[in-house]
Design a protein around this ligand. Sequence first.
Ligand code: NAP
Length: 294
Amino acid sequence: MLCPEREENMARILSGKETASFINKRTSDTVRRLKERGIVPTLHILRVGENPADLSYERSAEKKCRGMEMEVEKTVFPEDVSGEAVLKKIRQLNEDKHVNGVLLFRPLPENLDADKIVNTLDPSKDVDSMTNLSLAGVFAGKKLGFPPCTAQACMEILNYYGIDCRGKKAVVVGRSLIVGKPVSMLLLGQDATVTVCHSRTVDLPSITRCADILIAAVGRAGMIGAEHVSEGQIVLDVGINSKPGGGICGDVDFEAVSPIAGFITPVPGGVGAVTTSVLLSHVARAAERHNGLE
Ligand code: NAP
């Protein structure tokens, strides 16, 4: 897809929904090919507790899986589950040949040893890059697993709109292991020149204004304002923040930034809309790999 024209006085919307449809089509083709061989890609969702954000993501993943004729199963543990019970389940899933991907919601309750639990998972089933091996692959630029779905979702949007990262200055605000750091590595892998900012960064606006591509992954509603952007920039808003009256908003102040930026992802309908599609594409690819087809 060619990069769209900027509309007068408004940034062009980079649509997560359109990007997701494109990915879903690709995944459906893979699922169909697997079905012809009697293989149904299967995702197992493992949830501890009843976090509303997890439940919402889970519903979306289940709906999309079924829509694509993929199998979805789940295990739900109470908040006070023992670490041994979670580890036992993960070992079972590792052995279960028909399970291709496991999604474990994090953060886990504090009484659980998250590091041990996460790294017990077979990396070949780690469809959201939780294990150290998958993350090592992202940082080494090698296919040791799958990149984190949200970080990959940012790259899919850039790719769908034909935005070439090579030689561009990319600034990522946020350095979490789930979004900021991996997306920085993926951008670097696409030959962007990357700067990573965080809460101790001095004079953030002077850095973000120099970006060609600005990625906000902070978790603070509307924090990126007009002073942080410059004309024509490509702005990807990863933030998902609850609004006091209901609904969600991003880390970018959309009203203030869209008259300045060249391209922008909305919230909702931006990066978040692509994340579950990336997850399912990883499950389908894991099924191919498990069956020696990739
Ligand atoms: P996180 O772990 O809380 O990390 C936030 C990062 O922002 C940290 O690196 C922090 O810096 C930095 N930060 C905080 N305040 C800052 C400030 N004033 N100036 C500059 N940097 C600042 O959050 P996360 O898990 O990466 O998530 C980030 C956002 O993405 C959240 O809104 C989350 O809901 C959203 N999210 C969306 C999806 C999706 O599918 N779209 C998926 C996952 C997350 P320090 O490291 O110095 O503390």
